[in-house]
Design a protein around this ligand. Structure first.
Ligand code: SAM
Ligand code: DTB
Ligand code: SF4
Length: 369
């Protein structure tokens, strides 16, 4: 992923962000047209596969267990219901599904095995599969890659300097490590930030600087406006001006010409004109469907009307990189083989018992307790 060589320092980035708005949009739109089809905008769907009850203290997040919000904690969805939701999303034009779990980190347990099966199944549907599951190690990243994961989302959220004002339960370095693990496993990286948390323009550009300093910058950078949720420490944060979102999208596009810049959370507070300027300035994706993870998103029909009016077309999957091939997961295969073996042994024992004249007992309701 290229970095624009004209911007190297934070000062240059801040100057870029503060350019006269229409100059900024024009520069971004020009670059966007050199690297992307400006009519194509990807529709992605978000699915919260494990909601709430998270141990972290991210100040913006309604899913942190320690804050009193309206979010009810739920256990991991079943593989079957994820497939059903993915089929719906695909039928409504989404070419990417992002599955989010309110976890601090991935653990090697049955839940993770189920996530692996979710990834395999959604990849089989021909959609780009993205997961955002918190921190993960190299081995976990490899399993996700083999399952057919296309992208891993792990946001740096803001600059390293402002990070500690928002989150205390993990370090910036932890985030960078997880991103590195995804990269090493050959998964594309989706990592972006939130504006409107009380940060300065320097912090917004500090976030971009962090991505510029990576050996390979992210293939996908989501730009979120804070959704201020009652009960979170950031509940009273003043909403950002729409112009700020346009500036952030445009600056990101200019600095990372090849990356997909995603106009993410915060669209319910934006009118169509402001969103149009974001698409003009290089936004190449939106989240479609009336819910993000836990908070509202514009109605599907409203977005369809917007696409019609602006002449946008939903982007097909795998236009930027090939579809990953699913390779059977060793742990799951070993578990299934064990289960099969056990079933065979039980059946053999049952047959042997019958041969020896034992009459199988009827299972009573007491037995099944
Ligand atoms: N627990 C995982 C993690 O933090 O990486 C994955 C889920 S987490 C909800 C995914 C991202 O959603 C966060 O990194 C943050 O950038 C974004 N997010 C969460 N709450 C938000 C809010 N209220 N407004 C805007 N973005 C938000
Ligand atoms: C991202 O940058 N934004 C999405 C996705 N990646 C996972 C999440 C937005 C969440 C907004 C708050 C909520 O709905 O809970
Ligand atoms: Fe947990 Fe992720 Fe929310 Fe932070 S952003 S509290 S890690 S779900």
């Amino acid at each position: 992923m290229k970095v624009n060589p004209n911007y190297q320092t934070k000062e240059q980035l801040v100057e870029l962000y503060n350019k006269p708005l229409l100059e900024l949009v024009f520069e971004a739109a020009t670059i966007h047209r050199q690297y992307h089809n400006p009519r194509e905008v990807q529709m992605s769907s978000l699915l919260s596969i494990k909601t709430g009850g998270c141990a972290e203290d991210c100040g913006y997040c309604p899913q942190a267990a320690r804050y009193h919000t309206d979010v009810e904690a739920q256990k991991l969805m079943t593989v079957e219901s994820v497939i059903e939701q993915a089929k719906n999303a695909k039928a409504n034009g989404s070419s990417r599904l992002c599955m989010g779990a309110a976890w601090r980190e991935v653990r090697d347990n049955k839940d993770f095995d189920n996530v692996i099966e979710m990834v395999q199944s959604v990849n089989d549907l021909g959609m780009e599969v993205c997961c955002t599951l918190g921190m993960m190690n190299e081995d976990q990243a490899k399993r996700l890659k083999n399952a057919g994961l296309f992208a891993y989302n792990h946001n740096l959220d803001t600059s390293p300097e402002f990070y500690g004002d928002v989150i205390s339960t993990r370090e910036y370095e932890d985030r960078l490590n997880t991103i590195d693990n995804a990269r090493k496993a050959g998964i594309t990286v989706c990592s972006g930030g939130i504006i409107g948390m009380g940060e300065a323009v320097e912090d917004r550009m500090g976030l971009l600087l962090s991505y510029m300093q990576m050996e390979t910058p992210p293939e996908s950078i989501p730009i979120n406006a804070l959704v201020a949720v009652e009960g979170t420490p950031l509940e009273d944060q003043k909403p950002i001006e729409q112009w700020e979102m346009i500036r952030m999208v445009a600056s990101t596009r200019i600095v990372f010409p090849e990356t997909v810049v995603r106009l993410s959370a915060g669209r319910t507070k934006m009118n169509m004109e402001a969103q149009a300027l974001c698409f003009m300035a290089g936004a190449g994706s939106i989240f479609a469907g009336d819910k993000l993870l836990t908070t509202p998103n514009p109605d599907f029909n409203e977005d369809k009307e917007m696409f019609d009016i602006l002449g946008l077309i939903p982007k097909e999957p795998f236009k930027d990189a090939e579809q990953p091939v699913t390779i059977p997961d060793e742990k799951i295969e070993a578990r299934k083989a064990n289960e099969l073996q056990r079933e065979k042994e039980l059946e053999a024992a049952r047959l042997e018992a019958i041969e020896n004249g034992f009459v199988p007992r009827k299972v009573s309701s007491v037995d099944s307790l």
